[in-house]
Design a protein around this ligand. Structure first.
Ligand code: DON
Length: 587
């Protein structure tokens, strides 16, 4: 509750909503929990910015479906959460269409410009140039967000793009109130953002150093871009007035973007990867995200141990979950990349049989050194060769997660990003659009760590129009064919293990959605050999883990889940307190 008192506007909103919820739903509050979930019975939205959630809820209430609400939220977040919400980045959306009992995945990940090359981030000594891959004009991939959001709307929504864009245009044009969180984030990013004139002009006032909480942030150029989308549809971004400004900026800075990069960009509708965990079906993101495959691998391994008996977060349970993480991330580094460029042994990796073999490397009494953990040995003959692409039904045309469910049971689980907070920090003049720095997610050189410490192999090497491997893990868990949990998170490499812990806590330990969200997290990614532990774990547990040989680093808080749990037709939601502007609302 602490965060509520810090934000008067949020307090008023929550208060008015809580009256609504209390009247409608008091009997189903859980009296035994120390943190109460948000409750709804018809529809619910959960996102990292309260204005996006409020606009999403309005759409649900006036009869729009989950896809309409999600697309609207995606565009509003591009305005109100500039560090992660975006139209200059990319991401992944899972859509569950209730009437057809079908879930599809829209992959709107950025692609490398055509002129990119495998060694483009190596200096003359053959070393990776992290500044170039993270902050330069070369750090940006061709953005996919506009394509992905409009594709979702065209294929599965009911409202027009014009209608959907109204709130985003309003907040960009008229401005919105800067929260303490946004003011703080802009201050922190100042050294990076102030280097770029167009960026500085938007995010820092000319007459003083910083915006203060309560000031308004107006983004006139971004309003122009959104208006172009409302008028011309996505063509404005990929072959129209916005493209011209982006290409002009790239050319002036000797960047690689060309007209064909934009004209040929398409999101891809893919089959999600599907696994089971106990009586539940886990539907999650396929490559080019590694998230789904690794998540299912970790769950398959966890399933073989009596975690329920061992308790959570006991050292025993954590030990097994951590050892599983090491195995999963070792496979990630070796096998995974863009499925349109490389074949992968996906079916083997997510199989129960493979998990049974991998599990043999887990010693309950000691932590395995990462130097003796390697990727699994899977013969090339067992690699998948079938395409992951699904044809849509009708022809037509810092990362953040949001979850939506509507009254008919349609769901959206969406994670999208600019990669770093505010991407590479460069706003394209005249557009208000921040560019991503997603190119750093490629493996610039085998064995060299990206910004999240992840290493990769040739499967994730750079190539023109290839998608860089991601960890984003939008997920929908089903029970008896009905949506049970919609979740996802930011956090770079830690996304996968965050979602993993959400699922285990809820399924094995019957935790409420808030309890699972609030609990301290832990993460291991094979290399480096350490557990990143959020504060709040008991000293005893830490000691027991250290006695098994684990090396522990206390980490800053990370992740930001926005989740909805559905039990007996009641919707329970929770936003992550690590993201103070977030809001979950139901009706
Ligand atoms: O796609 C990925 O895996 C990363 N670019 C995600 C970055 C991220 O989550 C940053 N937010 N905390």
């Amino acid at each position: 509750m602490r965060r509520i008192y810090r934000y008067p506007l949020l307090l008023i909103t929550l208060f008015s909503l809580s009256i609504h919820h209390t009247q409608a739903t008091t009997p189903i509050q859980n009296p035994n929990t120390i943190v109460q979930d948000i409750i709804g019975t018809k529809g619910m939205v959960s996102s990292q910015h309260y204005l996006a959630s409020q606009e999403g809820l309005k759409i649900l209430k006036k009869g729009g479906n989950a896809i309409d609400a999600a697309v609207c939220m995606g565009f509003v977040l591009a305005v109100t959460l500039p560090r992660a919400g975006n139209i200059g980045g990319g991401g992944f959306m899972l859509i569950h269409i209730a009437s057809e009992n079908r879930t599809i995945a829209i992959d709107y990940r950025e692609i490398a410009p055509q002129k990119s090359s495998k060694d483009m981030f190596l200096n003359k000594y053959g070393q990776s140039d992290d500044i170039k891959s993270r902050y330069s004009i070369f750090s940006s991939g061709i953005p996919g967000t506009v394509y992905g959001l409009t594709e979702a709307l065209n294929q599965y929504g009911t409202l027009s793009l014009k209608e959907i864009l109204k709130p985003a245009i309003h907040y960009a044009k008229k401005g919105f109130v800067i929260t303490p969180e946004l003011a703080h984030s802009l201050q922190k990013a100042h050294p990076r953002l102030s280097k770029h004139k167009a960026t500085s002009a938007i995010f820092y006032p000319s007459n003083k150093d910083f915006y203060a909480p309560g000031d308004k942030l107006v983004q006139k150029d971004l309003a122009w871009s959104l208006q172009q989308l409302a008028r011309h549809g996505r063509k404005a971004f990929y072959d129209g007035p916005i493209t011209e400004r982006i290409l002009d900026y790239s050319q002036k800075n000797n960047g690689l973007f060309n007209k064909t990069d934009f004209k040929s960009y398409k999101s891809v509708t893919r089959k999600p990867v599907v696994g089971t965990y106990k009586d539940f079906t886990v539907v999650t993101m396929p490559p080019p995200s590694s998230g789904g495959i690794v998540l299912i691998q970790l769950l398959n391994i966890a399933e073989q141990f009596p975690l329920k008996k061992w308790g959570y977060p006991s050292a025993k349970t954590m030990h097994v979950m951590i050892e599983a993480m090491k195995l999963g991330y070792a496979d990630r580094a070796h096998f995974l990349g863009d499925p349109d460029f490389v074949n992968m042994p996906t079916s083997v990796l997510i199989s129960k049989n493979y998990a049974r073999q991998r599990r043999l490397q887990i010693d309950l009494s000691k932590a395995e050194s990462v130097n003796t953990i390697h990727h699994g040995k899977i013969p090339k003959s067992q690699y998948d060769t079938t395409s992951t692409i699904v044809k849509p039904n009708k022809e037509s045309s810092e990362t953040t997660h949001f979850s939506v469910i509507d009254k008919d049971g349609n769901c959206v689980s969406n994670t999208y990003t600019l990669n770093f907070s505010y991407g590479n920090g460069q706003v394209v003049p005249g557009t208000g659009i921040l560019l991503n720095n997603e190119m750093d997610d490629f493996s610039s050189k085998p064995g060299h760590a990206n910004a999240y410490g992840l290493i990769g192999s040739t499967a994730n090497a750079i190539s023109g129009h290839k998608r860089m491997l991601s960890s984003m893990t939008p997920t929908i868990v089903f029970k008896d064919n009905h949506p049970f949990l919609i979740t996802g998170s930011p956090g770079g490499s830690r996304i996968i293990t965050t979602v993993y812990q959400m699922i285990i806590q809820i399924i094995d330990f019957d935790r409420t959605i808030s309890e699972a969200t609030y609990a301290p997290r832990f993460h291991h990614q094979w290399k480096p050999d350490r557990i990143y532990l959020e504060r709040g774990q008991s000293k005893d547990t830490m000691r027991l883990l250290q006695e098994k040989g684990h090396s522990i680093v206390i980490s800053r808080a990370y992740g930001g889940t926005q989740s909805i749990l559905i039990k007996n037709k009641v919707l329970y939601g929770a936003s992550d307190p690590r993201k103070p502007d977030s809001l979950t609302v139901g009706y």
